[in-house]
Design a protein. Structure first.
Length: 303
C-alpha cells in the first residue's frame, strides 16, 4: 500500500530552520494544543477549509457549490461554515472567484514531495542547506516522513525536523536514522504548567530530548510568551536541563511570542485566547538570554 502524507505547505529558501538555504515542509497534525499556537491550521491531521472574510464578496457561489450544505450566507453574518458538517471536499474553493476559501491540507507521496524539494538541491549544495520537516508535528506521520528523509539522505541532502517531542520514542528513534539535526520545543519545565498550556505533560518530552541528544545534534527551542513561561525560574530551569544534555545540545533558541497566527484563527472560525498578550520587547529578551547563558549554554534570540 502506497504511503501518503498530509501536508499544508512547502516554504522554499527558508533560512531560520537549519543551516544554509532550506526547504521547509509543513505537516498536518499535532498532539499539543498550545494556547499561543500560531499555526492552528496544522493542528488537525485532516484537510480543513480556511475562510477569509476580507477577500469575500458575499456572492454566494460557495453556498451553491457545497454538496453537504455546510455553508450559509446571511446579510447580517456573511458566510458561515458549519465545521462539524464540512467534509473539506474543496468544492467551495473551486467555486470562489475571489480566493476567499482555501483548502488547508493535501495528500502527496514521499516521491512526489521529494521531487519538489530536490528542485532546490543546487542551493542546498552551495549553502550547506537542506530539507527541514516541521508542522504541526512531523512524527504524527512518521511512516511518510521516514520515507521522505530516506530519499533525501540517499541524495546526500542535509535533513532536520522540528518536533514538539510529545511522540512515542520508537517512532522518533526510527526517524533519527535519517536525520542530521533535530529541533525540539520545550514549552515549560513544570509538568503541571506544561499541561495547562499545551494539554499534555512534559514528562515524555524531556525524556525524548535526553534520548535524542545521545544520538544526534539537537537545538532546543523555547517560545518566550509573556506571563506564561518567561519567568526567571522557568528560563533558568530550562537552560540547566539543556546544559545537562551534553555536547550534542548545540544551543537554545528563544523564540519571541508573536501574533502572526491570529488571522488563521479567524479563518478557521476559532477564537484566539491570548488576544491581550503583547510580544516581549528586546530588553526583556536580552534579560532572558543572560539568565539562560548563566548555565553555560549558547543562547540565541530567534531561529
Amino acid at each position: 500500500m502506497q504511503v501518503t502524507g498530509l501536508i499544508y505547505d512547502i516554504e522554499r529558501f527558508a533560512i531560520h530552520d537549519g543551516p544554509g538555504i532550506r526547504t521547509l515542509v509543513f505537516m498536518k497534525g499535532c498532539p499539543l494544543r498550545c494556547v499561543w499556537c500560531s499555526s492552528p491550521h496544522t493542528q488537525q491531521a485532516v484537510p480543513e477549509i480556511l475562510y477569509s472574510e476580507r477577500e469575500c464578496e458575499r456572492c454566494g457561489r460557495c453556498v451553491e457549490a457545497c454538496p453537504v450544505g455546510a455553508i450559509t450566507l446571511s446579510q447580517q453574518d456573511g458566510v458561515t461554515i458549519d465545521r462539524d458538517r464540512c467534509d473539506a471536499c474543496g468544492e467551495c474553493v473551486e467555486a470562489c472567484p475571489y480566493g476567499a476559501q482555501e483548502l488547508a491540507g493535501r495528500c502527496v507521496t514521499p516521491e512526489e514531495l521529494f521531487r519538489q524539494v530536490e528542485r532546490d538541491s543546487a542551493f542546498y549544495r552551495r549553502s550547506d542547506g537542506g530539507v527541514t520537516v516541521g508542522g504541526g508535528e512531523p512524527v504524527v506521520q512518521h511512516e511518510f516522513v521516514s520515507e521522505l528523509l530516506s530519499l533525501c539522505r540517499k541524495r546526500h541532502i542535509h535533513t532536520a525536523i522540528e518536533t514538539c517531542g510529545c511522540v512515542p520514542w520508537e517512532r522518533m528513534e526510527r526517524l533519527l536514522e535519517n536525520l542530521d539535526l533535530v529541533y525540539i520545543d520545550i514549552k515549560h519545565m513544570d509538568a503541571e504548567e506544561h499541561k495547562k498550556l499545551t494539554g499534555v505533560s512534559n514528562k515524555g518530552i524531556l525524556e525524548n530530548a535526553k534520548r535524542t541528544a545521545e544520538r544526534r545534534p539537537v537545538i532546543i527551542r523555547v517560545p518566550a510568551v509573556p506571563g506564561l513561561n518567561d519567568s526567571d525560574e522557568n528560563v533558568l530551569a530550562t537552560a540547566r536541563f539543556v546544559a545537562e544534555l551534553g555536547d550534542n545540545a548545540r544551543r537554545i533558541e528563544l523564540l519571541p511570542y508573536h501574533r502572526l497566527g491570529v488571522e488563521m484563527y479567524r479563518r478557521l472560525g476559532r477564537e484566539y485566547s491570548l488576544g491581550n498578550v503583547e510580544p516581549p520587547d528586546e530588553e526583556h529578551l536580552q534579560y532572558l538570554r543572560e539568565i539562560a547563558e548563566s548555565s553555560g549554554i549558547d543562547v540565541q534570540i530567534g531561529g
